[in-house]
Design a protein around this ligand. Sequence first.
Ligand SMILES: [Zn+2]
Length: 352
Amino acid sequence: MPELPEVQTVVSDLNEKIIGDTITDFSSAWPKAIKGKTLTVFKKEIVGRKILGVRRLGKNIFVDLSGGKTLYLHLKMTGHLLIKSQIKDEFRPEHSGSNFDSNSNLEFKKLEIDSKFKIKNSKLKSHDYFADQVNQYIRHRFFLRTDTKLRNIDESTNKKSKSVKNFVDSNTFVGSNRYDKVMEFSDMRKFAKIVLGDTQDIANLPEIKSLGIDAMDPRLDFKKFDALLTEKKKMAIGIWLMDQHLLAGIGNIYRSEILFAAGVLPERKNESLTPVERKKIWQAMRSILKKAIRMRGTTDSDYRDTSGAPGGFQNVLQVYGKTGEKCQKCATIVARSKMGQRSVFYCPGCQK
Ligand SMILES: [Zn+2]
């Protein structure tokens, strides 16, 4: 399941790619994912709204829309969002313009677009991530129209505005529900959730209201973290880190990595943790989540970013998924056990 770093990567991508866009149409092949509304009502209420911003709390995504509405998305096990624009059209000679006649200029143009959309490993012969099997389970489509006026105002001091404007100008729109971008919701297991409501009502949903403080919330300093640990002194640290009602954002990948980095066994009760160990856990939590965000998350199965590309943190995992392998620090064999119905991985040599 996507955890805080993966969801943050998606939120950052969306803020870069779809802010200011208007939703012009919506289609769904799995309307059961839409909670509390029929597909017809959902579509009627969402079409015509502008995307104002995208936020996150724990593993939950909130897309704030015009008219005081918020679209709440939970990716659950296998959900991920893909933003597709008519990028390929730009490479057609008629859209390239006289400045992009030669192959070398075409290559330059593509690289420029790639950097705009932060697609990693972008070479002309780069992998077409959208074609990967994991990205083929499209259950819902949000059709988006770029607001050229807003884009040009917002980005007037930014060199990106020229390419955005050229991109929009190069497309011809027909009809009232014209679009130049699609946000596709791929979800193999069909557990993902879509809720549309008034912003305040979404915040008051039981599953949102009951969430603990976000693990990356700036207000969560060590003092606050320590106080929260003390409130649940009989709880095992491996359970506590993953309990969304106490601390939001961490799942079984990052709890294993955090506790390994802190040198603490997952079954240790909070009350048994020394002040030094508590400090180490807090520091490991922040540094690992930050690093994982920087590396665009962990892909151990289905998670993909909005370009369809996998994250990078799976390449630096220390214990998660490493059962039977030698610990990279002390060569002890990495062990696995069940905790909170999920696997937890640890090194019996490094962790006390
Ligand atoms: Zn070890």
